[in-house]
Design a protein around this ligand. Structure first.
Ligand SMILES: NC(=O)C1=CN([C@@H]2O[C@H](COP(=O)(O)OP(=O)(O)OC[C@H]3O[C@@H](n4cnc5c(N)ncnc54)[C@H](O)[C@@H]3O)[C@@H](O)[C@H]2O)[C@@H](O)CC1
Ligand SMILES: Nc1ncnc2c1ncn2[C@@H]1O[C@H](COP(=O)(O)OP(=O)(O)O)[C@@H](O)[C@H]1O
Ligand SMILES: [K+]
Length: 511
């Protein structure tokens, strides 16, 4: 699914109005009625106090439409107009009149702090103050009202976006932003919903299809995508009945050091569980018995050294090599990575200490084969591209790095991002149970395996991250967040793959 900018969404609104020959007020009615339906389905007539805070633009207009429907269905509703300016939008005004026609309980206008109502923990708050039209941080008494709403701990539902968030740029530190429990967003999720500095404001997310013109949206050039089940399915390469292990890639996983052999064991297990035909490991001698016992399906080649990697086996023929987990950054291990990079003309996957070596030895970066995949977590990323001011600056730095070295970079996190030059693919599977040692090693195994099976590196990365997260979700369902081990994520990759073919797979509403 494309992630659209605020500007693209406004254009889509205008184009829809023209093509469907409707007024903007009718589009607002359509969008806000969907919000009402969702609320009504959940509240089922419950008499709890509903407090709707409406701005004076179109987001506020949505709030007024929702209020009208809720009142007509007998809900206990109070509407507050957050009168931050006198420039009320036309559709706001039209709906203000419509609301006054159906109730004697007219909206209360807030113009200063003294006008704030009491907000209690048991209230149901609807935030329709600002949507995609926000163009500067919320200030003054409106900022205080936002703080008051947050402070109340009342359940808060944001219409389109939590007020105070920009759709596609970073917020200043300490800005006033609604901390929503639930966000009902129109047509396209916004990029900020998935970035670490802003995702916590969104709560649970649901995207409503408000029927904006499909043909126009299809034509919009977006370089940012949310990866859901449909996209994952479209990337999958089916297996031929008439095939053998030689058709599914020979991978080599190089890494490990004394005390860190478990990392490569996890990577190799994940590679085999993702469908690799032949999996070999290149490890220091101390890991030989561990791997041969722990993973009999894998083959092992050992380095001359007992404890670390010191060289690269030049004669080994592999379709794809993954380097770095548990490897350390000793002088001779740097030499081993250099030998690998000088030899390889096919994409490699570099993780963990492989990335730390690259950060400390920048001259190696230009040796990376085109379309190699780097999988840093934020700490490793900072060492690689330098510090960033905010999430959007981070994206710029990584896009620049990806273009300069012609590589694919993963920014791991709660919503991992795949950056391929200017394109950004946002992952939407996974859970906090995956914040456990070794889960990153598993991810590199999945990606390496898919490249070995013939997937384009960017597709292997996007699909690999999706499956890794889905496997984490399956593991958490079985074991609870705290009970998940990285090994469980590796073990369940096959189940994750099967799940993308299930018609009734339990998926979040935005997939
Ligand atoms: N036809 C349409 O355009 C539709 C619009 N919809 C709603 O309209 C929203 C966008 O509406 P608007 O463009 O009116 O924008 P908003 O309602 O988000 O904001 C209203 C206006 O406030 C002003 N403003 C921005 N930042 C401010 C600040 N910090 N302090 C004070 N004033 C500030 C701006 O001039 C802005 O246009 C969407 O998020 C969505 O909720 C939906 O009804 C769907 C259809
Ligand atoms: N809260 C979370 N939600 C979703 N995925 C997560 C979460 N925490 C961690 N992960 C995933 O787990 C992996 C952790 O990788 P990493 O930090 O490299 O761990 P390690 O170095 O221990 O292997 C990443 O793929 C990341 O996206
Ligand atoms: K809002």
């Amino acid at each position: 699914m494309k992630i659209l900018s605020a500007e693209q969404l406004s254009e889509a609104d205008k184009e829809t109005i023209k093509k469907q020959n409707i007024s903007s007020e009718e589009l607002m009615e359509r969008a806000a009625t969907l919000v009402f339906n969702e609320i009504n389905n959940r509240l089922r007539g419950a008499p709890i106090p509903i407090k709707i805070f409406c701005g004076i633009g179109n987001n506020g207009g949505d709030g007024l439409v929702v209020a009208r429907h809720l009142i007509q269905h007998g809900y206990n509703v109070t509407v507050y107009v957050v009168n931050y300016s006198d420039k009320r939008s036309e559709d706001f005004l039209a709906n203000y009149e419509k609301l006054k026609e159906i109730t004697n309980n007219w909206p209360q206008v807030i113009k200063k702090e003294d006008d704030f109502p009491e907000i209690n923990i048991g209230d149901f708050v609807i935030d329709a103050i600002f949507g995609i039209g926000l163009n500067r941080p919320i200030e003054g008494w409106v900022a205080k009202l936002v703080e008051e709403i947050n402070h109340s701990k009342a359940f808060t539902l944001a219409v389109d976006m939590p007020s105070g968030l920009f759709a596609d740029k970073a917020s200043e530190k300490n800005s006033a932003i609604i901390e929503a429990n639930y966000t009902l967003s129109f047509q396209s999720p916004k990029l900020v919903f998935f970035l670490p500095e802003t995702m916590d404001y969104v709560g649970d997310l649901q995207v409503l299809d408000i029927g904006l013109d499909r043909e126009f949206i299809g034509r919009i050039k977006s370089k940012t995508f949310l990866i859901g089940k449909q996209q994952a399915l479209s990337l999958y390469l089916p297996r031929k009945k008439n095939s053998h292990k030689g058709d599914y890639g020979s991978v080599l996983i190089a890494g490990g050091s004394y005390g860190k052999i478990g990392s490569v064991l996890l990577t190799a297990t994940a590679a085999l569980r993702s469908g690799t035909g032949l999996c070999s490991l290149y490890i220091p001698k101390c890991g030989y018995n561990i791997i041969q016992t722990g993973l009999p399906e894998a083959m092992v080649v050992t380095d001359p050294d007992h404890e670390i990697l010191t060289t690269y086996p030049k004669d080994f023929k592999a379709d794809v090599v993954c380097f770095g987990m548990g490897a350390g950054t000793s002088f001779n291990t740097v030499k081993a990575l250099k030998e690998l990079l000088e030899l390889m003309d096919k994409p490699v996957v570099i993780d963990a200490d492989g990335l730390n070596i690259l950060s400390e030895n920048n001259d190696l970066l230009k040796l990376l084969p085109e379309n190699s995949v780097l999988t840093p977590h934020p700490g490793e990323l900072k060492r690689l591209v330098g510090a960033w001011k905010d999430d959007f600056h981070k994206l710029d730095l990584v896009k620049e790095f990806s273009s300069k070295y012609k590589v694919i970079v993963v920014i791991k996190g709660a919503h991992s991002l795949t950056i391929d030059r200017d394109n950004v693919y946002v992952n939407n599977t996974g859970n906090p149970g995956m914040a456990t040692a070794g889960s990153g090693d598993v991810l590199s195994g999945v990606i390496t395996s898919l490249i070995g099976q013939g997937y384009e590196p960017v597709n292997a990365t996007v699909l690999g991250i999706y499956l890794h997260g889905l496997s984490g979700d399956i593991s958490a369902e079985e074991l609870g967040y705290e009970g998940v081990l990285a090994g469980d994520i590796a073990k369940n990759i096959g189940k994750a793959l099967s799940k993308i073919f299930e018609k009734d797979a339990t998926e979040s509403d935005i997939n």
